[in-house]
Design a protein around this ligand. Structure first.
Ligand SMILES: [Zn+2]
Length: 345
């Protein structure tokens, strides 16, 4: 039996939003900055997934794993890449996805990378993980859990990344590890902590509380980049020929150009609206989004998607699903064939 996954990793709101943006944006407005920001977000996600895989094969079912969690210690939020709970100790993983050759200086508490004679410096990952530990400790205390040992590990997601321990500080070898040695390091910690600090029912209850108090970070990428509705395609784009908008016929959408038909083409665009514009949609906004006239059609569409709602008639608002419930496999765009996305997609 392998480690028990309590919470599976989901794409972040920012990552889902970039995917939505690339589906919706009029190609002339697509900027390099958006692509770079997307790539950074995606690299973080991919690195974490690498570590998720390794950890999911760790042969101890009494290791409870949260693949990413964000909690609040008012007024601060803190995010942990991976949290492992056992009834004897907890462990925070800070995942690093950067590739290349780095130098870590424990005296200076500095991580640097030299590329083409230029030195870039990064936040000390050990200090970052320690900061998460401080936050988690006070979160746990507020929930009545005291003095359970918390370990921190900086996990390098890719084997090709080299971290040179400049000062040969032995502690650094224990704190910054490669994904490949994760099992071995967890074995050491498992052997080190033998005293039961929490009963199993208490630990299970804690897992439930953590799940309940997880607050994923919301991004507002239109504001960040900055873009408005004017930069987005109006109506549904045909998947076959990229024309838009598709026309609403009885119970289906049809492309005026190639006659391709779809019954549910509106679902993706409504979900994209939630990612880009916020957590609600009205009947009027839906009509504008889908380029249709009939309030009745819009109501049927929104109701059939099973969205929760509040209010009556024109004041009715339909609510976005929770971020963790969004489809993870949305096809990455790029239907607008004249402008190819970079190869690394
Ligand atoms: Zn078409």
């Amino acid at each position: 039996m392998t480690a028990t996954i309590i919470k599976y990793r989901k794409k972040s709101h920012a990552l889902l939003s970039y995917e939505a943006l690339f589906r919706r944006i009029i190609k002339e407005y697509l900027r390099k900055e958006s692509i770079i920001a997307y790539k950074r977000e995606k690299a973080g996600y991919d690195g974490e997934r690498n570590v998720d895989y390794k950890l999911s094969t760790y042969p101890h079912k009494d290791f409870f794993v949260f693949q990413g969690i964000r909690l609040v210690n008012p007024p601060f939020h803190f995010q942990i890449d991976t949290l492992i709970l056992t009834n004897r100790f907890f462990c925070i993983l800070e995942v690093k996805n950067k590739q290349g050759i780095f130098k870590y200086d424990s005296r200076q508490q500095q991580l640097t990378q030299e590329i083409n004679g230029e030195v870039n410096s990064f936040k000390d990952p050990i200090l970052q993980a320690e900061a998460q530990k401080t936050h988690l400790t006070s979160w746990l205390e507020r929930h009545g859990i005291f003095s359970i040992p918390i370990e921190t590990l900086v996990v390098i997601a890719y084997p090709s990344t080299i971290i040179e321990n400049v000062t040969k500080d032995p502690d650094v070898y224990n704190k910054i590890i490669h994904n490949e040695s994760l099992h071995q390091r967890l074995d050491q910690l498992n052997a080190k902590y033998t005293n039961e600090m929490l009963t199993n029912p208490r630990l299970k209850k804690l897992c439930q509380t953590l799940l309940h108090e997880d607050i994923p970070l919301k991004a507002n990428i239109l504001q960040e980049h900055p873009l408005t509705n004017e930069h987005l395609i109006k109506g549904i784009t045909c998947e076959k020929c990229s024309q838009h908008p598709m026309k609403r016929l009885y119970k289906k959408w049809q492309c005026p150009n190639c006659c391709a038909a779809s019954f549910n083409a509106h679902e993706q665009i409504i979900l994209d609206h939630f990612l880009l514009h916020g957590t609600t949609i009205t009947n009027k906004e839906c009509r504008e989004l889908l380029q249709i006239n009939s309030p009745r059609t819009a109501r049927t569409i929104l109701t059939n998607m099973g969205l929760q709602f509040s209010g009556k008639n024109s004041a009715r608002k339909y609510y976005s699903p929770r971020i963790n419930d969004f489809p993870q496999n949305s096809i990455f765009p790029f239907h607008q064939s004249s402008k190819k996305m970079p190869d690394s997609y």
